[in-house]
Design a protein around this ligand. Sequence first.
Ligand code: PLP
Length: 475
Amino acid sequence: MNGPDDPTANLELSPEAMRAMGEAAVRAVADHIAALPDMPRSGLEGSAELVRSLREPPPETGTEFGALLDLLMTKVFPASLNSAHPTYVAYIPGGGLFPAAVADFIGAATNRYTGAWFAAPAAVRLETNVLEWFARWMGYPETARGILTSGGSLANFSAVVAARKHLLGDDLGRGVLYASDQTHYCVMKVASLAGIPERNMRLLATDENFRARPELFEEAIKADLRSGLRPFLLVGNAGTTNTGAVDPLADLAEIAKRHGLWYHLDAAYGGFFNLCDEGKRKLAGLELSDSIVLDPHKGLFIPYGSGSLLVRNGEWLRRAHMMSAEYLQDVETPEGEVSPAEYSPELSRAYRGLRVWLPLKFYGVRAFRENLEEKLRLARWLYEKFVNEPGFECLCEPDLSVVAYRYLPRSGDTNEFNRRLVRNINRSRKLFISSTTLRGTFVLRACVLSFRTHQAEIEEIFETITSEARRLSQE
Ligand SMILES: Cc1ncc(COP(=O)(O)O)c(C=O)c1O
């Protein structure tokens, strides 16, 4: 391989060298994925020392690729939560379909410019197809436009900016947003980044199933109107992070409409369940929103780094993000096509569409629909098992694929017991789970969303948790 020591190579590699590098990388990754089921569920212990050893000054000379690959595969990646493991149900599992990784490789290696339509019209069209497919799945009209982002946070950011621009103009100080107290914290973070004062964010109490209570939204909006404020944004959840709760979407739509608010849905986790029949039933009313955030790196099993935003009236998204410069005067986008930079804060960008387009084309949508149906079934199975297991309780029925549960010890502090349960399980490295707090109660949660999680894994998860709880309760 002509490598770092070849004085004639400069930065371009010969075809043979590229092939050798690519083959070595693919071999290492394929071996890694094949070995996943037998790997520890987490490898964080001792990572502080490794992290220290990795600090180094900029490397003046090159290193042989095999040594770098070896460092990554044997040291860097093992020192982590194994979020690609088939039993990973912590936080929100983040996908990792291999064809999406291949798409990233192809997109980056060919390195076409996809910020403006004219520079790579066919490549941009594939990305637009993806967004049009999303819009169709959500029941949005043809006026809808969207963007692919790095994740749900930035997609929510552009939604708030579009709503703000459309309804508040430059008068930000009086604008008020409404959301339930189960809304992902990124919504408040991005609203703050978008200039909405924190004093104007109303986080309203939820019902016993952690869903928004429409009557509280109505009351809060009316109270703010009486105070001379300008209610402008109502945020609903189509699948909360804590429990997967789906707000009463149609009722919230009505309130937003009645008072002239922009109705935004954070469906980063739950939105793609709309692909399957059961999900569609649970998410009824989703199509009434003005904008919606969907994370392909959650519900479409794409690797981390894939969020998206759709806006029902695409022109509102464009108006919030469109600016130009003299040096771009020759750039044109024909009717019916889009230049991503006109709809998003970014100009130069990775070719994001390919990592979603390629897996959808390669597998077909049916495979995704069936996988999502399976996740709903598995979560329901896990819920029933916990409900029927002595000592355990679930905090609510799952709307989608998150199960929130805890153990009730006969004596002692329940929160402390469950805290120790998480700690012990995670230390065992047989499973990694995560927790949350619901109205002061320490709760364990399982989010079933990995395409690698099937019945056998769910049974293993249940068995690991219940046997550790039994052991701990006898200590
Ligand atoms: C419901 C919901 N919204 C937004 C986010 C933020 O998305 P991201 O981490 O992709 O920025 C998350 C992340 O878990 C989420 O669960």
